[in-house]
Design a binder for this molecule. Structure first.
Ligand code: NAD
Length: 245
């Protein structure tokens, strides 16, 4: 059975990587998918797909988020996927880097959740999945200072939303992947002085000897958003191939 027949799913960062795989999976399961991304050109690759509507949206732009969300009456599932990985220790993080990471990785979720939750309340509930990472309050990998701080904030933000609206039929869950083979990961590898070594370092922290596919993370998001996970809320869900064992 298709688990999202008749459901409206809104997601960010849908043009590539985990967001794209998740958008396609929701559509396959019968959802009406509203796939958003800042990258309009890349997003058009999804626009021919049955069940998917695309919309250019920068989740760091409060006015744009507000006016887009005003056009939607109902949202059953919100997947906040957009995020950015800054590399470096605290000594490499200027205030503008801190602000950018928190703006994109955390405040974007505040922007969308505060506009979507009233719609969920009006329609009797919904599910919010927020993209965190095991690089957060779970592990502190080297050179991910502001990234880990921001992804830890996502866990806190998600737990308090889960608790505040638990009697209203709203579930909110942070998902925490390990290393996932995506275009941005590839870009980050290629940007290192020794890309070959950088790839080996990423693989070395993955005990399965391989990275996750975007689909393996999408599978978790779909499960958590579905009624199969109806008794699950608030708790961080790890999909890390054993990194944190
Ligand atoms: P990606 O980084 O390859 O793609 C990110 C997408 O986000 C792009 O399509 C980009 O255009 C879009 N985007 C960037 N800024 C935006 C903005 N302001 N508004 C809207 N969209 C914007 O995708 P990914 O690697 O699958 O990462 C997606 C999420 O998963 C991120 O939050 C990331 O931190 C998290 N994550 C990734 C990994 C990994 O190893 N790849 C691991 C754990 C968590």
């Amino acid at each position: 059975p298709r688990r999202f027949e008749g459901k409206i799913v809104l997601l960010s960062a849908a043009a590539q990587g985990i967001g794209r795989a998740t958008a396609l999976s929701f559509a396959e399961e019968g959802a009406t998918v509203i796939a958003t991304d800042i990258n309009g050109e890349k997003l058009t690759e999804l626009s021919g797909t049955k069940g998917i509507q695309t919309h250019v949206l920068d989740v760091t732009d409060s006015a744009a988020v507000d006016s887009f969300l005003e056009t939607l009456d109902r949202v059953d599932v919100l997947f906040n996927c957009a995020g950015f990985v800054h590399h470096g220790t605290i000594l490499d993080v200027e205030e503008k880097d801190w602000d950018f990471s928190f703006d994109l990785n955390v405040k974007s979720m505040y922007r969308t959740c505060r506009r979507v939750i009233p719609k969920m309340l009006k329609h009797g509930g919904g599910v919010i999945i927020n993209m965190s990472s095991v690089a957060s309050s779970i592990v502190g990998p080297p050179n991910r200072f502001v990234y880990s701080a921001s992804k830890a904030a996502v866990i806190g933000l998600s737990k308090t939303i889960a608790k505040d609206f638990i009697r209203d039929g709203i579930r909110c869950i942070p998902v925490c992947p390990g290393t996932v083979e995506t275009p941005s990961l590839e870009g980050r590898i290629q940007a290192q002085p020794d890309p070959e070594q950088a790839r080996k370092d990423f693989l070395a922290r993955q005990p399965m000897g391989r990275m996750a596919t975007a689909q393996e993370v999408a599978n978790l998001v779909i499960f958590l958003a579905s009624s199969d996970a109806s008794y699950i809320t608030g708790k961080e869900y790890i999909v890390d191939g054993g990194w944190t064992l």
